[in-house]
Design a protein around this ligand. Sequence first.
Ligand code: 13P
Length: 251
Amino acid sequence: MRKKMVAGNWKMYGNLLENKQLLAALVAELNGVREDVIVVCVPYVYLPSTQNELQNTTIAWGAQNVSQYEKGAYTGEISASMLSDFQCKYVIVGHSERRMLFGEDNDVVAEKYVAAQRAGITPILCVGETLEQREAKITEQVIEQQLMSVINVAGIESLSKAVIAYEPVWAIGTGKTASPEQAQEVHAFIRAGVAKQNLGVANQLIILYGGSVKANNAPQLFAMPDIDGGLIGGASLIASEFITICRASRH
Ligand SMILES: O=C(CO)COP(=O)(O)O
């Protein structure tokens, strides 16, 4: 049995006070009561305060991005070993907002994935098609390319220390969720592709769905056989929503 996982992606929201209240609510409701994996991916500057709130709890924390470089004259960048200093267990790489708004291509994403793993941090690798690509019926090609550019560099076994998040771009922040069947179809495609290369890795691989997951649609999504949980944006900022979503991952 694969573990279920729910990860919050706070994006560029929050402040010290709001974060403290949100984390206190999560700890009160979720700490120690679940064997599934619960993660919050916070803005870099809130890693120390998040660590402070969550250490000695069963809720993990992570970052939303990482530099592909180990160190050097890269003004404004944050390395994977810096994230390790704050006991980050996870980092999101290749989020569609990074790909589209900050020009990260498949090669850069692969380098970031490798940099994270080198520092012992589990990358949450995001893949997903745009609406245009879906309508052109090239969803599978797009996702295969996104995955293969990482696998070609890092190897198929590297996926045993990674999480994949399928996030259709058209479903992110739009309130338009992929139907459980639509999402399942892509999740199954991803798992089958990995299984062709390594069945053991494929069976253990956690594949999250992301894109307008809310408390009211999470149960149906998480009930699908290849959906192992969610990567949650907007709803991860509302304690009651996120807690309900975390509970929905248990069945
Ligand atoms: O991008 C997402 C998570 O990484 C999804 O965002 P929303 O849940 O706000 O649609």
